[in-house]
Design a protein around this ligand. Structure first.
Ligand code: COA
Ligand code: ZN
Length: 318
């Protein structure tokens, strides 16, 4: 397929979700102070939003059981939106005790995955969202449509149903929408058509694409989203991530690889890449062997290697 080249001066905003999507399924518990240190380092790198944790049942996701403490310790940068995932009204009660800018409510548009992940039918999730939007006060509410491109249990998802759920979210007063490829099932053409449909159906509504790289299509899908007009992307440093209740799910599209692709392809992306890679190096120490990003080890596209002296003199004599 061919893409029309979108306006490259339009800023592409990156929203870091590794501290939530990544650490919820990491091999081991990352100490609270290490989480705080990573978030503080990420806060000065030009990221638009950071999803710092989730307020879910600590029995369901023990690796993020320290959500309140993390939020009490991080330093806030006023240019960054700090958000946390919540599944229900109990999550909102907890979030309201902290200094957050936004809560991210999540429901899978696939009934089967919503039951597996949140133990609720979609109608029950929507009822929770009704309470959350009623009681959220000045807190922004973003709504994630999970499994929007495929369900690990029931397969394909009808994109018109995803649009219908998006409309229901907005009717409840949810401020912005995230279209999430929870299991990395999307293809670029599908992303292009779903993103186009959302932009046409909900003009002026802030839209994010949340992509996983399970089948190697993460960056291709992001570029397809940009071609359709999406300018916000969730991504995860080191490529960590994955829903613990979605069999076969693996990491998010990798932040540093996506930023690298955008910068070197001429898009306006304000994330500081070398500094970001330093943070990924720090994460690598905490989660050895878990990172899947490529640019950190391969080097940036403009990296050049030195030649042997013999080859160098042959080159110079040409
Ligand atoms: N935060 C903390 N505890 C919560 C909670 C929340 N948001 N919501 C419910 N709980 C607690 C209840 O207080 C109750 O505690 P108790 O056993 O000590 O009495 C327990 O969890 C069970 O509550 P219940 O309402 O029956 O929940 P459930 O067992 O049906 O589980 C969820 C529903 C949504 C709470 C749970 O499935 C969950 O947290 N899932 C999140 C999964 C996830 O994060 N996936 C990846 C991101 S999409
Ligand atoms: Zn995800």
């Amino acid at each position: 397929m061919t893409f029309e080249r979108p306006l490259t001066e339009h800023p592409i905003l990156i929203q870091e979700v590794g501290m939530r999507d990544g650490l919820q399924s990491a091999g081991s518990f990352i100490e609270t102070d290490d989480k705080v240190s990573l978030i503080d380092q990420l806060s000065s790198l030009g990221l638009k939003k950071i999803e710092v944790t989730s307020f879910v049942s600590p029995k369901a996701v023990p690796l993020l059981a320290d959500a309140e403490v993390v939020l009490s310790k991080i330093q806030r940068n006023p240019d960054v939106v700090y958000t946390a995932l919540i599944p229900n009204a109990r999550g909102l009660e907890r979030a309201l005790q902290t200094e957050l800018d936004e809560v991210n409510v999540v429901m899978s548009v696939s009934e089967a995955h919503n039951l597996a992940n949140l133990r609720m039918r979609c109608s029950e999730s929507l009822e929770q969202f009704r309470i959350i939007t009623r009681d959220s006060g000045s807190l922004r509410v973003n709504g994630t449509l999970a499994t929007a491109f495929g369900c690990p249990f029931t397969g394909p998802v009808d994109s018109s149903e995803v649009l219908d759920w998006g409309r229901r979210y907005l009717d409840l007063g949810i401020d912005s929408l995230t279209i999430a490829d929870t299991i990395g099932a999307a293809t670029p053409g599908q992303v292009y058509s779903v993103a186009t449909a959302f932009i046409q159906a909900f003009p002026g509504i802030e839209l994010t694409l949340h992509l996983h790289n399970t089948r190697g299509l993460g960056i291709a899908n992001a570029l397809a989203g940009i071609a359709a007009g999406i300018t916000r992307f969730d991504a995860s440093l080191g490529g960590i991530g994955g829903c613990p209740y979605a069999p076969g799910a693996t990491g998010n599209v990798c932040t540093e690889d996506l930023v690298h692709a955008l910068i070197f392809d001429g898009y306006s992306c304000k994330v500081l890449l070398p500094e970001l890679i330093e943070v990924v190096n720090a994460l690598d120490v905490l989660l050895p062997g878990s990172l899947t990003g490529l640019v950190r080890t391969s080097g940036l596209r403009d990296r050049v290697h030195s030649m042997s002296e013999g080859l160098q003199s042959m080159l110079e004599s040409v």
